[in-house]
Write a protein that binds this ligand. Structure first.
Ligand SMILES: Cc1cc2nc3c(=O)[nH]c(=O)nc-3n(C[C@H](O)[C@H](O)[C@H](O)COP(=O)(O)OP(=O)(O)OC[C@H]3O[C@@H](n4cnc5c(N)ncnc54)[C@H](O)[C@@H]3O)c2cc1C
Length: 340
């Protein structure tokens, strides 16, 4: 096991901010994981498991042990007339897995193409895009339960999946380190109706054969138009959660803004589009403190040349204040803060 000291967090997170991690340990198997946890215990330091840091904002220094999950694996487990099951190492690059499954003409994850990060991070916020989410294909996962000190298998229902949430994200229930995920993919391909932007792309390009690879190519084209490439532009994807308001609040806003995008939720509340709210304040493309609102998508904040997380904090505060002043709605940050 190699533990590297004083490692820049900007190299471990896609927003490319933060101070130094006291220790970083890369793990490639279950034994490495146990050693890394033991190391943190001996040093009397906290630990934090990280994939590619695409949903984490690093603050200052982290006086603890960052465990980088790089556990590999792509194992054919089972097959029947309609489905094929694979077990995937948690440290595999998610999009490489999607590419591989699409090449095998298996359906279930193709609409989640080009999402940054590692396979083992996908259950954490029940990753999803264009009408698919990981909860639809995940049948079980293996994790190390840090409360009991044992490796456990959790079935899909144990994961308490909901919209961009799970057992592993909730601060009160998170005590698992995911080491593999098991996905059941369909031999049958996706069928219309598709998610609206995917539907319009397919009809605009007169595409009527919905193979996993065709959907993957379409999704990548749509994403390229509105999301910054992580290898070129520093960001954490969607920076704000879409706010959920009461139907009364939504109705009074709709009276003023009849074109406001909104989605009714089963509990009689209404989800609004944070990106649209920001755009209405005129801040799309706004840039200050070395940060910018991505000109192609107001939901995304990019780090142009910010020097510290304080720059992001000041920038974020101004955006939240502008939306609050115009709509009386308080936006909340989506990515998690890593605080030392
Ligand atoms: C440009 C861009 C586009 C994005 N688009 C989407 C999208 O379309 N849909 C979507 O849902 N998300 C999207 N995201 C968010 C992000 O890519 C996903 O949340 C992704 O799954 C994070 O993977 P990661 O490996 O980078 O996780 P990290 O950021 O490293 O970690 C995220 C969380 O998971 C925990 N974690 C990581 N690995 C493990 C593990 N093995 N066991 C337990 N906990 C673990 C971490 O502790 C942390 O709490 C986007 C991000 C960017 C930058």
């Amino acid at each position: 096991m190699v533990a590297t000291e004083h490692y820049p967090l900007s190299e471990l997170t896609t927003m490319r901010l933060g101070g130094k991690a006291r220790w970083v340990i890369e793990i490639s198997n279950r034994e490495d994981l146990l050693e890394a946890l033991d190391f943190a215990k001996q040093q009397n330091l906290p630990w934090f498991i990280l994939g590619d840091g695409s949903n984490v904002i690093a603050g200052g220094d982290y006086n603890g042990v960052i465990i980088l999950n790089r556990i590999t694996g792509f194992e054919h487990i089972d097959e029947d007339d309609s489905s094929v099951t694979y077990r995937i190492g948690a440290g595999e690059v998610w999009d490489h897995i999607v590419e591989r499954l699409c090449a095998l003409e298996l359906s279930g994850v193709e609409a989640m193409s080009a999402i940054p990060g590692r396979a083992g991070s996908t259950p954490v916020q029940n990753v999803g895009a264009y009408g698919q989410e990981i909860a639809d294909t995940l049948i079980e996962l293996e994790a190390y339960d840090t409360q009991t000190g044992t490796f456990v298998t959790l079935e899909r229902d144990d994961c308490v999946f909901s919209y961009r949430n799970s057992l592993f994200k909730n601060p009160e229930t998170r005590h698992h380190i995911i080491t593999s995920i098991t996905l059941r993919l369909n031999k049958a391909w996706m069928k219309p109706p598709f998610y609206s932007s995917l539907e319009s792309y397919l009809s605009k390009h007169a595409i009527s054969e919905y193979s996993p690879n065709t959907i993957r190519i379409a999704v990548i084209a749509i994403r390229t138009e509105k999301l910054p490439p992580v290898d070129q532009i520093a960001s954490a994807g969607s920076f704000f959660k879409n706010p959920i308001v009461t139907s009364d609040v939504a109705d009074s806003l709709l009276a003023h803004y009849p074109d406001m995008p909104h989605w009714s939720m089963p509990d009689n509340r209404v989800k609004l589009a944070a990106g649209w709210l920001i755009e209405q304040t005129g801040l799309k493309g706004f840039s200050k403190y070395g940060m910018a609102v991505y000109p192609k998508n107001a939901l995304v904040l990019t780090n142009v040349n910010a020097t510290s997380t304080d720059d992001l904090e000041k920038f974020k505060t101004e955006i939240i204040a502008a939306v609050q002043a115009k709509f009386a709605i308080t936006l909340e940050q989506e990515p998690e803060n890593l605080i030392g």
